[in-house]
Design a protein around this ligand. Structure first.
Ligand SMILES: Nc1nc2c(ncn2[C@@H]2O[C@H](COP(=O)(O)OP(=O)(O)OP(=O)(O)O)[C@@H](O)[C@H]2O)c(=O)[nH]1
Ligand SMILES: [Mg+2]
Length: 353
């Protein structure tokens, strides 16, 4: 997996349980005291704690080993060993825990605050527990149960506010570059964008993260073209913008085709808020086409733009802000990733391969 996610692996362990104790009472004037070995303490749990202020997994690339504390052994006079402290691993919202070897998802922490992932080992029973009428001096106790050790992968899907979907060459990267700090490659051939790009748009106080997804074509949901493997990345965006090249002869059926592909891939995708954006309005015949486009989708929010007309993108920016609703702070946490962390592979590196 590259491009659109932040990922790492860590080695984790819950604590061992403390051993039960073998001990006999020793008191003045009592010759043979009975067994009084206490129980071992429980090992600490390994816990994932979701922190709303975190946006990346960067902190888990510096320290990679996390161990909960072992329980203490029991002692004489029926003293329990102290339980080991839990180890808490802070992760950003949306983190997914995976099997480090198979990549299989073990737990998705979306919507979870705190998750006990590895339970600490139970403490062993002291010999006090093993006394019976026929066995008055048990010289054994139970060992503590060992904790669990494992390596897990962590993955964080980038949660963009708005995802761009469109056929190759629709002008997605061009609009992205106009609206955001991103410098997505633009060229007149299809599939210029090979890996998803993220950009930050700012309007007033509001930041909006936009994801430029490689061109989606008919059959993408079945694996055709580039767009398919990135469809899942738009699954958590707040809204979608469908970009349609208005100078393309097929401009009137593009939206349906795109929407069908998305729906085939996952019906949830077409439940999202959406806007339609007609692009390349400066092209010959495009203004007339655009009138037909608007008429066909009169029940939808439709914008037209051209990269040569700065004013044409202003209403689009405002619509994006409206689509994500309240400012991020009020949502409790921002869905905004730290964009720097999400470029493990740049388009240039990709193309050099
Ligand atoms: N005339 C005109 N050309 C445009 C406009 N927007 C984009 N283009 C051109 O259309 C071509 C494709 O633009 P891109 O932004 O690379 O399109 P894309 O949708 O990102 O394409 P892929 O990454 O290949 O899917 C480029 O040659 C752009 O210069 C526009 O508003 N007007
Ligand atoms: Mg592109």
């Amino acid at each position: 997996m590259f491009g659109f996610s932040d990922e790492t692996y860590i080695d984790i362990a819950s604590g061992n349980g403390g051993n039960g104790c073998v001990s006999f009472r020793r008191e003045k004037f009592v010759e043979k005291g009975g067994p009084d070995g206490g129980d071992g303490g429980k090992g600490g749990d390994l816990v994932f704690v979701v922190k709303d202020n975190l946006r990346t997994l960067a902190h888990l690339k510096i320290i990679r080993t996390f161990r909960a504390e072992n329980g203490r052994n029991g002692s004489g006079a029926r003293c329990y060993g102290r339980a080991g402290n839990d180890m808490e691993i802070p992760v950003p919202p949306g983190t997914v825990i995976k099997d480090a070897h198979t990549g299989e998802i073990i737990k998705d922490l979306t919507g979870v605050d705190r998750f006990v992932f590895l339970k600490g080992g139970r403490g062993g029973l002291g010999n006090y527990h093993f006394r019976t009428s026929t066995r008055q001096a048990p010289k054994f106790a139970q060992p503590g149960e060992p904790g669990i050790e494992m390596r897990v992968g962590l993955e964080l899907l980038v949660i963009a506010d708005i995802g761009f979907v469109g056929f190759p060459n629709a002008g997605k990267s061009s609009l992205m570059n106009m609206l955001t700090n991103a410098r997505s490659k633009v060229a007149s051939y299809p599939f210029t964008t090979k890996i998803p790009q993220l950009g930050m748009m700012r309007l007033g106080e509001q930041d909006v993260v936009i994801a430029d997804i490689p061109g989606i074509i008919e059959g993408a949901s079945q694996g055709a073209g580039m767009g398919f493997k990135f469809l899942r990345h738009i699954s958590r965006t707040g809204g979608l913008a469908y970009l349609v090249d208005i100078s393309d002869p097929d401009f009137l059926d593009r939206y349906e085709l795109l929407r069908n592909e998305l729906e085939t891939y996952s019906p949830d995708l077409v439940m999202k808020k959406e806007v339609l954006i007609g692009t390349k309005l400066d092209e010959e015949g495009a203004p007339e086409n655009f009138e037909r486009f608007k008429a066909k989708y009169s029940d939808k929010t439709v914008f037209g733009m051209s990269i040569f007309d700065e004013d044409s993108v202003k209403p689009i920016m405002k619509a994006f802000v409206d689509m994500i609703g309240k400012p991020a702070e009020e949502k409790g946490f921002s869905s905004r990733p730290d964009t720097d962390a999400y470029y493990p592979e740049t388009q240039e590196e990709y193309e050099r391969k």
